[in-house]
Design a protein around this ligand. Structure first.
Ligand code: SF4
Length: 396
């Protein structure tokens, strides 16, 4: 069972699709899904304009359930952002700071280790991304990962987006391949997918000028896959991109995946309005978020997992996303809740139980996985006393 999926899921999908009376105007899409034929640019655009969102969600959910039955995956990790100091200033980014900013910070290796120690008994993954620090090259990161692995051998290090890899390589006068190889040898386990934004260089010129180009993003992930580092991929939507840009973005990822098979998970997330500087952004609505999840499931037939990114979507929309084709939900332990830990497991268990509730409310069962989707355990939430609930009129 690769990646947690059912054996012969494509056959199961063909059977499930044939048992539903789909609307005539979806028949060409259903036929392709049934045969395992990748959807085209025209198909993707058609689905973005297709009016019946419920049916679109049903179709994506049918694909998800054929592949993973009623399982939804999560893992328990902690995010530690090593620095917010960044030499770039992407237009949408509210996180970065200049080196002299009052709230600029950089965690030295000892501080990072101590931060992680707080959570180390409860997580099996640390997710670390940060700004492009002007002085931190390969020596800093190889030392950081070596010490982290030495202290916490059970914790998988998922770290550094493509632009950070490019930055470290440039600072250290190394190729991308040399950089990734040294990082892997020092303990890096996988790359998160951040920084893909929209893989179109005209859009990138506006929203993240100076970041890696579309082809550099793909090349860095290709190199990682070639040397045995699995990665995720993302899409930031709701800025200035068109529907064509979104579909093309998915197709570029799908093309690379057909060659390398190194992407584990696709994480589409909408741009959130905050104090960043992108007033022209066309923010995604709730139904648009669900549509993107559903189309991701339908377009990306060779990327195994589609993630509902809870920290970005919120719990309510994430729950719906799990009925629109997503099979994975971010299981991050929120630092804020852990701050109150003081040695107790309770808040962590509470966080997992809350996640489990979101999953079971969506009609699925929560499966705790490791980072690389190679080990799975059903999560049974602790029994809690029932709360009194309001009586509802249900008729007689
Ligand atoms: S590179 Fe990353 S941290 Fe720096 S400004 Fe861009 S998005 Fe923000």
């Amino acid at each position: 069972m690769a990646d947690g999926e059912a054996p012969n899921w494509q056959d199961a999908l063909s059977t499930s699709l044939s048992s539903v009376n789909w609307p005539e105007d979806l028949s060409h899409i259903v036929a392709k899904l049934s045969q395992g034929t990748p959807l085209s640019m025209e198909d993707g655009k058609y689905l973005f304009q297709y009016k019946d969102l419920d049916t679109l969600g049903h179709l994506a959910d049918t694909v998800k359930r054929s592949r993973y039955d009623n399982k939804v995956f999560f893992n328990v990790n902690v995010h530690i952002n090593q620095t917010n100091i960044c030499t770039l200033a992407c237009k949408f980014c509210a996180f970065r700071r200049g080196k002299r900013a009052e709230d600029a910070y950089q965690l030295e290796i000892g501080e990072y280790i101590e931060d992680l120690r707080t959570y180390s008994n409860h997580v099996d993954e640390v997710h670390s991304v940060g700004g492009l620090h002007p002085e931190w090259g390969i020596e800093f990161y190889t030392e950081l990962f070596k010490q982290t692995r030495k202290e916490f051998p059970h914790i998988h290090i998922k770290a550094l987006t493509a632009v950070e890899i490019k930055h470290i390589a440039k600072l250290s006068d190394l190729s991308i391949r040399q950089t990734l190889t040294l990082l892997k040898e020092s303990g890096l386990g996988s790359l998160p997918g951040g920084g893909a934004e929209i893989l179109d260089d005209e859009v990138r010129q506006v929203i993240c000028r100076g970041k890696e180009s579309s082809s550099e993003y793909l090349e860095i992930h290709r190199t990682a896959h070639e040397i045995g580092i699995p990665t995720n991929c993302t899409m930031l939507y709701g800025t200035i991109e068109s529907i064509e840009h979104r579909v093309l973005h998915m197709m570029k990822l799908r093309d690379l995946q057909s060659k390398t098979k190194g992407f584990q998970c696709f994480v589409p997330y909408p741009f959130l309005p905050d104090d960043s500087r992108l007033p022209e952004a066309q923010l995604a609505t709730g139904s648009e978020i669900l549509r993107v999840i559903a189309i991701s499931r339908l377009m990306l037939n060779n990327i195994p997992h589609i993630k509902a990114y809870r920290m970005n979507l919120g719990d309510e929309v994430s729950e719906l996303a799990l009925q629109f084709g997503a099979d994975d939900i971010d299981g991050t332990v929120q630092k804020e809740s852990i701050m109150h830990l003081a040695g107790s497991n309770a808040p962590l268990d509470h966080d997992k139980a809350k996640l489990a509730k979101i999953v079971s409310n969506s009609g699925s069962i929560p499966i705790q996985r490791n980072t690389t989707y190679s080990s799975f355990v059903e999560f049974i939430p602790p029994i809690v006393p029932k709360r009194r609930s309001l009586r509802m009129a249900v008729g007689d």
